[in-house]
Design a protein around this ligand. Sequence first.
Ligand SMILES: [Zn+2]
Length: 140
Amino acid sequence: MYSCTDTLHGTNIMDDDKALFPPVDPFSAGARGCCPRCGQGKLFDGMLKVKPGCANCGLDYSFADSGDGPVVFVLLIVGFVVVGAALWLEVNFSPPLWLHFLLWIPAVIVFGLGLTRVLKGLLIALQYRNNARPGEIDRG
Ligand SMILES: [Zn+2]
């Protein structure tokens, strides 16, 4: 599923020299959890923690701050799907309560974590692509 390679070249390419890298589709790179600049290095250290930088191209990930943005979408999407499915199951089959717990609690955990990783990667890739950052007051 995650097909980005993570090779360490040891090169020290300047961070602001984007001409060396062809444009990377933020949706593809974000969904695969890859570097938003080169599309090769891994973005995550583990499940959801962002690495300090790209091992492939050297991009510093310190700009990446998706905050609670992905979680809002995850809550809305997973909540809609799981509550809808639970209501459908209850109305049509009326299973015992323990079966609801057995089905929906793992479903929420698995879908929630998986979707959070995908959406966090996507929002960081879009943040890089659009050069989004916190607002600044121009005093100049
Ligand atoms: Zn990279």
